[in-house]
Design a protein around this ligand. Sequence first.
Ligand SMILES: Cc1cc2nc3c(=O)[nH]c(=O)nc-3n(C[C@H](O)[C@H](O)[C@H](O)COP(=O)(O)OP(=O)(O)OC[C@H]3O[C@@H](n4cnc5c(N)ncnc54)[C@H](O)[C@@H]3O)c2cc1C
Length: 415
Amino acid sequence: MRAVVIGTGPAGITAAETLRRLDPTGSVVALSAEDSPPYSPPAMADHFLTGRDEPLYWKGRDVAGRLGIEERRGARVAGIDTDSREVVLADGGRIPYEGLVVASGSRLYAPLTGADLPGLLDFKSLRSATEIVERVRRGEVTTALIVGNGFIGVELSLLLADLGVDVSIIGRRNWVMPRVLDPMASDLAESALVARGVTLRLGMEATAIVGDPSADGVQLADGTVMRADLVVAATGVKPHTEFLEGSGLATDWGVHVDEGLATSVPGVTAAGDVAEAIDRFTGERYVHAIFPNAVAQAPIAAANLLGAGLRYDGAEAMNSLKHLGIPIVSIGTIDTPDEVLRWQDGAHLRALYLRDDRIIGAQLVGDIGAAGIYHSLILRRQPVGQFGARLVEPGFGMADLAFDAVGYAGHLAPA
Ligand SMILES: Cc1cc2nc3c(=O)[nH]c(=O)nc-3n(C[C@H](O)[C@H](O)[C@H](O)COP(=O)(O)OP(=O)(O)OC[C@H]3O[C@@H](n4cnc5c(N)ncnc54)[C@H](O)[C@@H]3O)c2cc1C
């Protein structure tokens, strides 16, 4: 097959690799709008702090050459002609395909006045992240304002603090990482952030990025303007779908895909942050923009172009914060539980969100060793009422589950 992959992020390069493996005589063209080899965004902070290349270029800088993939960098796709089956590049070039994987990921979403000002940077692409760090290393930045208290803003604040910058996070909600952490887990994260030198300005609404000629401040809803040497937007991400307009692919927030990750157009699949895939628990389409989902979807999107007929189990929400100094894991959802079980001892916390006697979400801070067990209980949708409050206590583990299984088997055994 003549296969084309749009994107060489975690999803794109994994899809290209799969196509090459399953179809050794076919051709695989992988396109990236960026100039760098395929990289892993979660490894950017570590790369800038340690100078290490390996986790960042997680498949190796030479992955395309090694596998016989035709990788084109700086090749921005402007559209897809699904009638003639051609990818249309911004420079006017056209690339024919028999099968196409859309893995164009996500971009910064900054619905703020002044978001187009020069000098406003983000921590979403390696190029922008590199510019941030180069400005710091050139001595141009002693103060920084990050707009957005989500995962990416927090990760960048820690990097800047470690590089000696006086950094503040401005967040609309009253606690950090509100989409991922509940307020109590967030409390512990906030203490760790403050201890690392990050200033938190929470419960403040940023309305505009200001500066002339380039971004040097943030205006708040009450009219106050805060200034800094560096202003970064970390207000959220949005699937890269603009170039699909007019292509016939059904999109909403992301690209609609079915259980085989096929889009609404024959011969085109999608994977990663761009795909609005079925949520494993709710059965509804949702973009869970995390690395494990991207690399789980990509092989299926690729193999199904070749007729494999694989079914994707569904995307899920799972986040871990690596750089805070205390381990934090959040699994599933904290929305609309009918019961919450908590255990806390100082900076160690466990919270389980239950609905209809099943765990729908888990938050672990400090000791995250039980994350696997809770994840498995969530996936199995196992009723957990029989465990009572013990479910959330530190001693709860495999032994409880094994005992439960024995008891269950005994219950089924003939008298
Ligand atoms: C700072 C940071 C930290 C993160 N930490 C974590 C973490 O700890 N754990 C976790 O699970 N997830 C984390 N994530 C999220 C994770 O990085 C993403 O879920 C993952 O990168 C998605 O992979 P993707 O290939 O779908 O998209 P992306 O990584 O966004 O890659 C998209 C690719 O598409 C290309 N592209 C886009 N538009 C076009 C176009 N028009 N033409 C050609 N090419 C195009 C881009 O150049 C790029 O190659 C983090 C993200 C960031 C930014």
